[in-house]
Design a protein around this ligand. Sequence first.
Ligand SMILES: Nc1nc2c(ncn2[C@@H]2O[C@H](COP(=O)(O)OP(=O)(O)OP(=O)(O)O)[C@@H](O)[C@H]2O)c(=O)[nH]1
Ligand SMILES: [Mg+2]
Length: 241
Amino acid sequence: MKEREIFSQLRVFPPFAVRIDGRGFKRALELLELEKPYDEKFAHAMADSVESFFRESGLNPLFAFTFSDEISLFFNEIPYNNRIEKIDSIIPGFISSALTIQLNLKTPVSFDSRVILLGKEDIYRYLLWRQAETWRNHVSSYGYYTLLKTGLTENEAASRLRNMKASAIHELVFRHGINLAETPGWQRCGILIYRETYEKTGYDPVKKIEVKTQRTKIVQEWNIPIFKSEEGRKLVERLTS
Ligand SMILES: Nc1nc2c(ncn2[C@@H]2O[C@H](COP(=O)(O)OP(=O)(O)OP(=O)(O)O)[C@@H](O)[C@H]2O)c(=O)[nH]1
Ligand SMILES: [Mg+2]
């Protein structure tokens, strides 16, 4: 029957991204009574799950970007002979399990997964796209929950929102005391997770000299620039180089 595993030879050539998205998280998270539209505890659980992926999966992503219930991971190399079935199963499997631990969930959750073929120069464009989605999601989520607060049903709020321009949503939310230009940076721009190399100075007691060693640490950056800006472009250049 081995020959029936007809997708097992599908391969991807690096660099590439993997984007996973929480399946049915609107309902799955309801039991947790998270703050709406954004819950810092949930965002920490997502970012910490990614951090544990960096530490414990044995895979070596260049960096990752997350907002809401989605995570994009970028790779320059991957084991398993670059097989897509492995990539698309192990990564969402690991993160589902990590998030279950982080949130101490009693019911299982899952993530869907897709592989995105990227040339090195496409990574920046991909990030511009996902960060634009972060911003759109931020505006519409605040709009949606503000409309619910005014007494509309979920269906009414969703259909009202579809007919509103972004500027009208800003005004509506502003009238309810929230300035969308001043919400926390992670809600507007997303969160980056990456490995950083730093130099540590230690003391060699045998040679009785100071020694410098290269160490790496995993950084969660909750205050990232807009990728479209010069600062953002340089940051992406650093992460991909
Ligand atoms: N309360 C709360 N909900 C969140 C937060 N982050 C994500 N979510 C929920 O996760 C959903 C993510 O949107 P989608 O991925 O489009 O919806 P989904 O229900 O996961 O459905 P599919 O991804 O299509 O399976 C949002 O609609 C929210 O309901 C958060 O910080 N707080
Ligand atoms: Mg989802």
